[in-house]
Design a binder for this molecule. Structure first.
Ligand code: LFR
Length: 470
């Protein structure tokens, strides 16, 4: 069958990449053409992203993608972390977008809940409580009243590429302003919380064509008329497309900065129990529901490494994981969901502090600390799996781990052990694969349901299996 080349711009909360995907009915291959860091910047008014820097990398990555694809690129699509946005006025970005880990949002949470109590919000938008959901950020954003439009990060990049103002639906589902039952903007909720309906642009679905790149962009990337396609622009939506689940008893952990633990369902679960367990019903590709909860993820590991580095101790992740694997004493299993771990900063101190408060023996060495983080993450993942199973009423007999965390063998084995279920690890680039497959389907390179697309991944990628040990 004919092979088609497309580019995926995949922006994670700690790094971004541009990948070229070659797709055909029995062919799926990714090649990275650019990888770059995405680091928060703390300025006097808070913690920010640098979207122009990301856009610069995206453009130069596209240039490399095009010039290294002899048969030509047919399409490009963007995905990124969720909830964050730029405010626009007269087609220009107002101010510098905030990072969701910025502490300003606490005031927004109070303002919103004073108008719409959380239980009612949950019934309307189906979202777990995360203090940084867009609705809370907008309520704390001094510029929202002056803005004409709000664009989520992938839509901002899409706007710069094409000049089209649209909002892709899977990412819109993380704003808190989408009706979980209809998938449409909730105008009544907007009115009650004092947000103008006109701030929000038309919704489009994954698979839609956004438009061709502008002449200026074509000039910069060296490809005239390249088509920008919508995919699951929330990275987790694309990652879930990229999980090679083969049966209804499979769950996933999309393990990067966050560990997103859950199931794909046909419809939301909006029970009191789901709300109390803080499970979310995010919008998936093809109208599926991503029923999951946010667990802290490899953020704890990367922030710990960053803190050690600042203190002059440089160690690679593989080396410290090897040392952690050699720890034979019992280590503290602490609550990784403690809110003190949300902002960037001194994780080793915060972990020691939490252990002291909870009467746990704080890790004595760096290897013990790393082991303690890994075991604590695995414990939290395991209990989230049990909760998902109970809330959805669907047995989980196999756990897929995708994303960067799938390369962490100590973690994958600990998940198998602590959850009592076999783990299938990989692919590491599930998000880019999900992005590329939806573009491929729009081009007619592949066809069928998400199950058909996942079967292509299963056929073309090797997974590592971890059996639970007693
Ligand atoms: C993962 C992710 C999560 C979202 C968090 C913040 O990259 O997109 O799904 O809850 O980042 O946007």
């Amino acid at each position: 069958s004919k092979r088609h080349s497309v580019a995926a711009i995949d922006l994670g909360a700690s790094s971004g990449r541009v990948m070229v995907g070659e797709v055909g009915a029995d062919h799926l291959e990714l090649r990275a053409v650019a990888r770059f860091a995405n680091e928060p910047v703390r300025a006097s008014d808070g913690l920010h992203w640098d979207p122009l820097e990301l856009y610069r990398h995206a453009l130069s990555g596209l240039w490399t993608a095009a010039s290294s694809s002899p048969d030509g690129l047919e399409s490009v699509a963007v995905d990124s972390w969720a909830v964050d946005y730029a405010l626009m006025r007269a087609d220009r970005m107002m101010g510098v977008p905030f990072h969701y880990r910025d502490e300003r949002t606490a005031a927004g949470v109070e303002r919103i809940h004073a108008r719409v109590p959380f239980a009612e919000l949950y019934a309307r938008n189906g979202l777990q409580f995360l203090p940084f959901n867009t609705i809370y950020q907008l309520a704390a954003d001094g510029l929202a009243d002056e803005a004409e439009r709000m664009l989520l990060i992938p839509d901002l990049i899409g706007y710069w590429l094409t000049g089209q103002l649209v909002t892709e639906r899977t990412n819109a589902s993380t704003t808190g302003l989408l009706d979980v039952r209809t998938g449409e903007w909730d105008a009544e909720l907007m009115e009650r919380v004092g947000l103008r309906r006109s701030l929000f642009t038309d919704l489009i679905d994954p698979g839609a064509t956004i438009g061709a790149v502008t002449a200026e962009v074509a000039e910069q990337i060296g490809v005239p008329g390249l088509t920008v396609t919508a995919v699951g622009s929330h990275d987790t939506a694309s990652a879930v497309v990229g999980v090679p689940m083969q049966s209804d008893d499979a769950a996933y952990i999309s393990c990067g900065t966050w560990g997103l633990v859950g199931l794909e369902l046909d419809a939301p679960v909006l029970t009191d129990e789901a709300r109390d367990a803080n499970f979310t019903n995010e919008g998936g590709v093809d109208g599926r529901t991503r029923f999951l909860t946010n667990v802290m993820g490899t953020w704890l590991i990367s922030e710990t490494l960053r803190e050690w580095e600042r203190a002059g101790f440089n160690v690679s992740l593989p080396d410290i994981l090897a040392a952690a694997a050699g720890v034979t004493t019992d280590v503290a299993v602490f609550d990784v969901q403690d809110p003190r771990f949300l902002p960037p900063g001194a994780m080793p101190d915060r972990i020691a502090e939490l252990c002291d408060e909870q009467g746990l023996r704080a890790p004595a060495t760096k290897a013990e600390l790393m082991r303690s983080i890994v075991e604590s993450l695995a414990y939290a993942f395991g209990s989230a799996l049990d909760t998902a199973e109970r809330l959805a009423g669907r047995p989980i007999r196999i756990v897929h781990v995708v994303g960067g965390g799938s390369l962490n063998r100590l973690l994958c084995q600990a998940i198998a052990d602590r959850s009592g279920r076999p783990v299938l690890a990989g692919p590491v680039e599930a998000t880019a694969l999900g992005n590329v497959l939806i573009q491929g389907r729009t081009l007619g390179a592949v066809s069928g349901s998400l199950e058909d697309l996942r079967a292509i991944i299963a056929r073309t990628h090797d997974l590592a299996r971890y059996e639970p040990r007693a």
